[in-house]
Design a protein around this ligand. Structure first.
Ligand code: FNR
Length: 186
């Protein structure tokens, strides 16, 4: 499964970024994860959407051409980050890059609730008509107190979290195959 990953935090030491790198390594036999760089996407501008800069077009194409999408979100003030929302707004127009795309969500935060508010907003955003992503139901990967569950190299150290993530990835693989089978029948 060719997976485009979008990380909603652009800081160097992002736990969410490290989590996706960890997944890239751990699940390499299931998912070939390509991490997209959203740092330099310009602000979404409706005046520009039909003639978007090449960088935007390339980002959008990477999402469109992937079999599936993985989004790792931080929680900023009870929601997703501005950079992530900006990237998704670009995706929601012109080619509707997420339409029907199997999508898996993960999130890590320092607080105990592990991005639950951000992920609720994210699910709502991904169901907007311009998005219409096929988000894996349930299977909420909410990693709270992440600084206590990950070592300096970005490896998860909490066995319960690792086991849960293994299960969710297996679920996502099944979900992806089902989605593909339905699309082929149509
Ligand atoms: C935060 N943080 C945070 N955490 C949380 O659980 N709920 C929240 O609403 C917020 N709000 C928030 C706003 C802003 C602007 C920042 C910078 C941080 C803390 C957040 O979980 C922590 O910084 C994570 O480390 C962010 O994820 P990355 O950058 O490590 O991936």
């Amino acid at each position: 499964m060719k997976v485009a990953a979008i990380v909603g935090s652009i800081r160097q030491e992002s736990f969410n970024g490290k989590l996706v790198e960890y997944m890239q390594d751990r699940y390499s036999d299931i998912m070939d994860i390509d991490i997209l760089d959203i740092r330099d996407l310009p602000h979404y501008d409706q005046d520009e959407e039909s003639n978007a800069p090449d960088y935007v077009k390339e980002y959008k194409r990477s999402v469109r051409e992937a079999d599936a999408v993985l989004i790792a979100t931080p929680e900023y003030n009870g929601s997703i980050s501005g950079v992530l929302k900006n990237a998704l707004d670009w995706n929601s127009r012109v080619d509707y890059d997420f339409a029907g795309k199997p999508t898996m969500l993960v999130g890590a935060s320092l607080g105990g609730l592990g991005t639950v508010k951000a992920q609720m907003h994210l699910r709502q955003i991904l169901s907007a008509p311009g998005m219409s992503a096929k988000v894996l139901p349930g299977n909420e990967v909410l990693i709270g107190a992440v600084h206590e569950k990950m070592d300096e190299d970005g490896n998860l150290t909490d066995q319960g979290t690792i086991d849960f993530l293994d299960n969710v990835v297996a679920e996502f693989e099944r979900f992806y195959q089902e989605t593909r089978a339905v699309a082929n029948r149509a």
